[in-house]
Design a protein around this ligand. Sequence first.
Ligand code: PSU
Ligand code: MN
Length: 307
Amino acid sequence: MAKPQDLLEFAPEVAAARAAGRAIVALESTIISHGMPYPQNAQTAREVEAIIRAQGAVPATIAVLDGKIRIGLTDAELELLGRSPEALKVSRRDLPFVVASHKIGATTVAATMICAALADIAVMVTGGIGGVHRGAETSFDISADLQELARTSVAVVCAGAKAVLDLRLTLEYLETHGVPVVGYGTDHLPAFWSRDSGFGVDARADTPADVARIMHAKWSLGLVGGLVIANPIPDRFELPRQRIEHAIEAAVRDAQAQGIAGKAVTPFLLGRVNALTGGDSLEANVALVRNNAMVAAKIAAAYAALS
Ligand code: PSU
Ligand code: MN
């Protein structure tokens, strides 16, 4: 049987960073293929990589290509993920057949955590994690991201969980599974497009070094699993809660009416909210991802300095 390492392929920039012990930040790719429309998706993917480099860290966007888990992509590959209708959304359960069939796979937070851990990368960045969906008591729709946070030791920098979710139930799930939710410069859980969900976080960290010490303490104690590092959208980009909540409720109703289910739910909701806000939610989404990338690079550097 092949070892996991045989299925990984590192970009030269990432391989060099590993050899030199430099800070690396993993990036998910479902946000490119299914989270935003073309061309903003490919453009944002390039920009966040540049932001991470400008902080002195090395970006490693993760995807599945030609039967290999690729840690770090070329510009042409970012473009492919942004454009190709054949790119599949790959979470934990999808990894085996996408690798085996040599299909194009864009990794979710869950799958990116798995690949980052295999590649020894401690920090990843996304827009917002998946979570417990509204109406999960009947649909059972709970993102595999949450279970992955319970079992895989990677810190996930995000703007909280996507506000289309039931944030209260998402926090309960994370608590049950022992996943710390750390507010970065805030006492409140961000709500993706807005800075404050109205819920608190478990701990607050005001500097990258504070976050790095929490990561280090967790893993030094042998507490396997991830952390949510919740970083609010910069205030000049935030959308008022009222306005976005209106769009979310309409999007959730549309999803139910059209019988959208399974892995299609999150991309559908993001697309509907974008249409209903006349593109404002996409603009906010891009802004929060850029901000998360900057913070993730600083945290990765602080963590590399500690360990
Ligand atoms: N964050 C975004 N846009 C996205 C996602 C996150 O800003 O498209 C993706 C992530 O890949 C996340 C996934 O892991 O949505 C969750 O999907 P699901 O609810 O089907 O697990
Ligand atoms: Mn789901």
